[in-house]
Unconditional design. Sequence first.
Length: 87
Amino acid sequence: MLRHEFRPGRAVAGLVMLGLAAGYAADAAGAWEVPWTFFLPLFLGGLWLAATVTWAAYMVRRRREARKASAESSGAPASTSGSHAIR
């Protein structure tokens, strides 16, 4: 069993940040000469991509849970002999 659920949006955000860190390190080492404005669209695009992946994963998870709940409720109805009986 998994210890926690997989969060693909966080994985995408982490990969984008690692890529940006590698780009900054290459720029600082002199191996790559780019202006700082090059990294800003990459940063914002990476955040947008992570948000989109998070939204898509949420929608898939929500649909899966709704399907599971509807499959579980296909049996006989609960007993009405309790304190919440239907009148």
